[in-house]
Ligand binder design. Sequence first.
Ligand code: SAM
Length: 427
Amino acid sequence: MPAPGKDYAAMLSAGLKFCPHARECGACQTVNEPYEESLLAKDEAVYGLFHALAEPDAIEPIIGMDDPFYYRNKVISPFAAGKRKKAPAPAKIGKDGRGAKRPQKAEPREILCGMYAQGSHRIVDTRHCLVENEQAKAVVYAVRDLMRRWSIAPYDEDAGTGFLRHVVVRAGHKSGEVLVTLVTNDEAFPSSRSFCRELVRLCPYVTTVVQNVNTRQTNVVLGQAERVLYGPGFILDELCGLSFRVSSRSFYQVNARQTEVLYDTAISLAGLDGTQTVIDAYCGTGTIGLVAAKRGAARVIGVDNVESSIRDARENARHNGAENVRFEVADADEFMVAMAKSGETADVLLMDPPRAGASEAFLRAAALLGPSRVVYISCNPKTQVRDVKYLVDHGYRLEKVQPVDMFPHTGHIESIALLQKAPAKAD
Ligand SMILES: C[S@@+](CC[C@H](N)C(=O)[O-])C[C@H]1O[C@@H](n2cnc3c(N)ncnc32)[C@H](O)[C@@H]1O
């Protein structure tokens, strides 16, 4: 077999996938390399980080995907004006007027969409992306075509002018429902109803469209204000046999197929036997906590600081018939500190913080609360190992590290660490 990554023509003729945008886009650093090699590199990185804190056989090899393509169920694209097309050279006109042509209308500027090239705001057209959900990607290009036809101006980030800034598309991996968020630079959206009607005609799998208004000059994609333009304003999707509601601003894992593997692994590491109180810290829409509630937790308390996520989490509890759960909107640090002070107890702490990891205040309160197990899910093992070390220094043992490949072809690593409270030392 030819060495993939070295000879693209050979790769294609061997039936292997090849990303034509890889060099320019830069989001998937290893997409044109053999998948197994990138898994080995991730294994080495995790081993390098954790080996000083755990027994060598406690660090498991990464769980990869059988089919590591088109897995991203969330697709984001900016819009911007491209270069104006060159005007044709003026025709030579004879004295008798021969050669004269009617003046041409100025060509409209191209509208660019796709992804920002790594570390820049230059848009690369990534139509043939190998990791994004294909239906969601088609929506991006349908929106771009409608912008052209309806003369909707793309946003100009330097001048702060133009109308459509971004589109964010989320596809339910089991339900097939698709949520489209149009991020606009103005609240007024004339003809939004006919725009949505046409979008749904072009992409009939779109089940809801939301307008998000972001008028600030910022790199943050979403603004605060939203209104539903079409459909219910959220999609439903299934994970681990439960149904989840996902709305525009709520966190939802981008690789749903591997999320099931991640949650199955985390819940089995939690060792639930029907008696435990479980905290689901940084719970998002309550997904992992609800799976725990259905698989052996006596009681689950979830906390997240995004209001819409908690609204979704409560709705998710209701429509999955989970009565042994409670979700709170709060800062996770404040929640943990209050919980530790109140004298309440918890047996298992499930935690899944953002890339920055947990704060020392959170970890101090966790150690004080003293759950017998901590199952720490992270999308950044560098901050995870820092936090694990804190817990190891404060009475816990690192029992297992299980990486799961949530982001194939990229350098990103997701891993689960299981910590167990070490027995108190006899004096
Ligand atoms: C990696 S996501 C995990 C979500 C969820 N466990 C899941 O699997 O879908 C991190 C979550 O932390 C929340 N978050 C970030 N900072 C927080 C804070 N200081 N307090 C509470 N939640 C926070 C975010 O809103 C987001 O939902």
